[in-house]
Design a protein around this ligand. Structure first.
Ligand code: ADP
Length: 446
């Protein structure tokens, strides 16, 4: 990096002598004409007066001494200003540092040689404990960031570069390199006294953009497969199987199945986007979850008897009030009980229970509702990813069960809106327990 090697002086005695124009004899020489006129004047006054030449001589000596040794005011003031300007060029002033310290993003003030002169709290830890006086180039490897710093140090305009920090996880930053010119009159080189380096964390936005792109790709893939199948069968029915009654019956059945699959997918996608739109709006009604659970059990009992699974629910006569949207909470429990019936049907039983707990993370009272099945369970590595959109442990079994891969994502979004939580416990071969936690609501809450 082309950092400046010049070391600006800080106003030592030598600086003072140089700026004041050398030693006492030099000063005497500079004032020679003034002194000559003064001497002649004093001599004339002495001769005209009572002849006391020694008095005129004493005045002259005093003037000479003053000329030689008394500091000259204007030059001293100028010197002070110069020294101050030089000091300011390597030490950022208090307000600049205070402002930088107040910023939440990692932020550095570098001098014109690229040396760190101030790093705020976020900044000093980001590159592994950067200290004042360290050249920042030692910590940065990325060539375009080094080039941006170089350009700005050489008097270039503000630059923005993307910076990726690779430590235990990857973080993405937008790095702004801004020149700071303190003097209204630049020193000719137009090089800034300082550089402000601000790193703006873009990791969340990048991840969101990536997730959005993945989501669109997944959603279109999910829709494209049944759509391609429907188109294929229509073409066959128009062409080779035109007069084949048996084939027509079979193909129409498959087309209906695929069309229903698309319809389920579209309705789940719409649900998800509706919930997302209201993600930050807290529910403004109170609902009794006992009632909701009774309704869900009633509506899923035909499916349970088809699958020959018994739903065993704890006594649901107690009122369990939470702040919630009824339809959304029905959707939560329907998805969980339906999954337990479908994926856990081998266990032949689904148990629904509840209790009141105090959540250790926020010490608040919650109702914890458990939906437990006795099926094959889910192995550990899948558990953290179950609520991701389109994530399925086994795609074939999900399709077979008419799943879209969006059910648990919907559950998670609804619970987030309700300030609730979803916990999953499972071991392969021992079934799975999905626990919904919802904050207990007392009548004065809403
Ligand atoms: P799907 O529409 O595929 O059911 P979900 O989001 O509801 O999507 O569930 C995601 C995946 O989680 C399912 O495909 C299934 O593999 C797994 N899963 C969910 N519930 C259970 C359960 N009770 N037992 C075993 N696996 C389950």
């Amino acid at each position: 990096m082309a950092f400046d090697k010049r070391k600006p002086g800080l106003g030592t005695t030598a600086d003072l002598d140089r700026i004041l124009g050398g030693g006492p004899l030099n000063r005497l020489y500079s004032a020679r004409w003034t002194l000559l006129v003064l001497s002649v004047g004093l001599l004339w006054i002495a001769i005209q007066g009572d002849g006391e030449i020694w008095r005129a001589g004493a005045i002259l000596v005093a003037v000479l001494l003053a000329t030689m040794f008394l500091p000259r005011r204007r030059k001293v003031t100028r010197l002070k200003a110069k020294v101050e300007a030089r000091r300011r060029a390597i030490v950022p002033d208090v307000s600049m540092r205070k402002l930088t310290a107040a910023l939440p993003d990692p932020c550095f003030i570098l001098d014109r040689r690229g040396i760190v002169r101030f790093a705020n709290k976020a900044g000093s830890s980001i590159f592994g404990n950067v200290k004042e006086g360290d050249p920042l180039s030692f910590r940065i490897r990325q060539p375009d960031m080094l080039a941006a710093l170089d350009n700005v140090l050489d008097g270039g305009p503000i630059e923005k570069v993307e910076y990726t920090l690779r430590s235990h996880s990857e973080r993405f930053y937008e790095a702004w390199v801004t020149p700071i010119h303190l003097n209204s009159e630049p020193d000719g080189s137009e090089r800034p006294e300082f550089i402000l380096l601000l790193l703006h964390d873009q990791t969340e936005q990048k991840n969101m953009a990536r997730m959005r792109a993945d989501f669109v790709a997944n959603a279109s893939h999910e829709l494209r497969t049944p759509l391609a199948s429907v188109i294929g069968f229509i073409e066959t029915l128009q062409g080779p199987a035109k007069d084949d009654d048996t084939a027509r019956e079979r193909f129409l059945g498959i087309m209906l199945y695929q069309a229903e699959r698309m319809s389920r997918l579209v309705s789940d996608l719409l649900s998800l986007s509706r919930i997302e739109m209201r993600a930050h709006v807290l529910p403004d009604t109170r609902v009794d979850v006992s009632k909701i659970l009774r309704h869900v059990i009633d509506s899923l009992s035909p499916l349970a008897s088809d699958l020959e699974v018994a739903i065993e629910a704890e006594d649901l006569n107690e009122e369990l009030w939470v702040a919630g949207d009824r339809d959304e909470l029905v959707q939560v429990f329907e998805n969980l009980v339906e999954n337990a019936l479908k994926y856990g049907k081998d266990g032949e039983k689904v148990a629904i229970s509840y209790s009141q707990i105090v959540d250790p993370t926020d010490s608040k009272p919650y109702y914890a509702f458990n939906v437990k099945d006795y099926g094959p369970g889910i192995s550990q590595e899948h558990l953290p990813r179950l609520t991701e959109r389109f994530y399925r442990v086994d795609v074939a079994s999900s399709r077979e069960q008419k799943g879209t891969g969006l059910g648990l994502a919907i559950v998670k979004h609804i619970l987030t809106r309700h300030r609730g939580k979803l916990l999953v416990e499972s071991k392969p071969g021992e079934g799975a327990t999905f626990q919904v936690r919802l904050p207990v609501s007392i009548s004065s809450d809403l």
